[in-house]
Design a protein around this ligand. Structure first.
Ligand code: BG6
Length: 491
């Protein structure tokens, strides 16, 4: 058998994309609650708000993360917009049933996030919302009772509106203390239930500005925000070890796998530089405990002077991640020439690769790239990898008898798990694999629920019509078999 006996199998979801119950149980609002939905096939959602002059406007959102509202702008709900994240998959009311379904598939793990706005709706100063704490306690207890070892992420694309209004978001160092206190409450409350954590989801996406035209001020804002998150994460790691030395805390990096489009050495260099800037800059800081040597080049390019204290550097050194979680969906190409066809993705803008097939949303399907990428990461970081997101977004059809024949999804998962197995055979240390969005949920980039990733179907459409009833897709039964055989049976 290739995989270790205790290899973790499961799925991953997030509070903002699956939970719903946006104004229940004392939860405060988060930015994405105000984003529109169902921008079919496009990425770039819109966050509507009321301008200071009384008119309505929107800010475009890059991948579920929104810039601040302009001066004087106020969050407001408009009747003609369906805000999909507010109900999402209604996991808030269905988690008990969903946990039963996960157990039926034989999951040994499950990844979700704790919604910050459920624990601290109005920051530390507003106090802990006990109802939120108990909601997660019940969820984690049930997972344990079903033999599922939860891996919990603290922050994923769900900035509480309160922080934007009060502190102006992550550029403000005050957010570091806010986050560390949030982490302290989670680690303390759930120390007997959860021993695997991740701090920030895809902490590196703040570096994607490098691929777009930007000003020096934007570069500074993104890199300072990311620095503050890196320090907050490092301090959280240190805190976790004080609360329970057995806790493992990982980092989570968005897996952006690029190839040079041509053998031109300039294309090769450009591709490697992009890997350094977008992946390694953050990952080195979180795993090696300091910024890499090329950081100086990066800061110089945009004339950025970061506010970094001696204590930050010490915290980064002392609070390094125990494992490397990452997402992987696709690969793309890059070139310094004028050729190439623009590819599609959520955050990830690159060029098409003529050797690859594409999903309905134009994302390139590249299972071998998955193995290549695992080697790249393991060779560089030498700590256990955790594949925390991998999956195919596709439309599903429910047959008259309620069955859902999603062989496209099975094919995608089969091909990727086969490459995962091969990577393990070739020496990569992987601790687990969770498919993305095992319960249908709201797409981060398009706001659609009909771009489905699930093994479990959720009866809901992009207009907000549906019952939230759950159904088992064919992939549900396939994944159950895969897990039962510890990844050996992929037929
Ligand atoms: C990942 C994100 O990178 O991509 C998820 O962490 C997201 O939040 C996933 O849902 C798939 O992207 P999309 O845009 O299809 O939802």
């Amino acid at each position: 058998m290739t995989m270790k006996k205790d290899f973790l199998w499961g799925t991953s979801i997030s509070a903002a994309q699956a939970e719903g119950g946006w104004n229940e149980g004392g939860r405060g609002p988060v930015q994405v609650d105000f984003a529109d939905s169902g921008n079919a096939q496009t990425s770039g959602r819109r966050l509507f708000y009321r301008k200071a002059d009384g008119t309505r406007d929107f800010v475009p959102g890059a991948y579920a993360m929104f810039p601040h509202l302009p001066e004087g702008g106020k969050y407001e709900s408009f009747d003609d917009i369906y805000y999909a994240n507010r109900n999402a998959s209604d996991f808030y009311h269905h988690y008990k049933e969903d946990i039963e379904l996960m157990a039926e598939m034989g999951f040994s793990t499950f990844n979700t996030t704790v919604s910050w706005a459920r624990i601290f709706p109005r920051g530390v100063e507003g106090g802990v919302n006990q109802e939120g704490v108990e909601f997660y306690r019940d969820m984690f207890t049930r997972l344990r009772e079903h033999g599922i070892d939860p891996i919990i992420t603290l922050y994923k694309y769900d900035e509480p509106v309160y922080f934007e209004e009060t502190y102006g978001g992550w550029t403000n160092r005050a957010m570091i203390d806010q986050f560390v206190e949030f982490a302290r409450v989670c680690f303390t409350e759930y120390k007997d239930l959860v021993n695997k954590w991740m701090t920030f989801n895809e902490i590196n996406v703040l570096m994607l500005f490098k691929d777009f035209p930007h000003t020096e001020a934007q570069a500074k804002e993104n890199m300072q925000s990311m620095h503050n998150q890196i320090v907050a994460a490092a301090r959280a790691v240190k805190l976790a070890k004080q609360i329970n030395p057995e806790m493992k805390v990982g980092t989570m990096i968005c897996g952006l796998c690029n190839y040079p489009l041509t053998p031109d050495p300039l294309d090769v260099m450009d591709t490697y530089k992009s890997f350094q800037d977008v992946f390694c800059y953050a990952a080195d800081a979180m795993i090696r405990g300091s910024y890499p040597s090329f950081a100086k080049r990066l800061w110089k390019e945009d004339n950025v002077q970061l506010n970094i204290t001696e204590q930050d550097l010490k915290d980064m050194k002392e609070g390094t991640a125990d494992f490397l979680g990452f997402s992987y969906y696709m690969s793309q190409c890059r070139t310094t020439h004028d050729d190439g066809v623009e590819g599609k993705g959520n955050v990830f803008l690159g060029l098409e690769n003529p050797y690859l097939e594409k999903s309905e949303w134009g994302w390139q399907i590249d299972p071998v790239g998955f193995r290549y990428f695992m080697h790249l990461l393991y060779d560089r970081y030498n700590i256990p990898l955790l594949v925390i997101e991998n999956g195919l977004g596709a439309k599903d059809k429910v047959e008259a008898d309620g069955s859902i024949h999603d062989d496209y999804r099975i094919n995608y998962l089969r091909a990727h798990i086969a490459q995962l197995r091969q990577a393990v055979e070739e020496g990569v240390d992987v601790m687990g694999y969770t498919t993305w969005g095992g319960i249908d949920l709201v797409s981060a980039s398009t706001g659609q629920i009909e771009k489905r990733y699930g093994l479990i179907y959720v009866d809901m459409n992009d207009k907000g019509e549906g019952t939230f009833e759950r159904k088992r897709k064919d992939s549900f039964f396939w994944y159950k078999k895969c897990i039962e055989s510890n990844g050996e049976d992929l037929d």
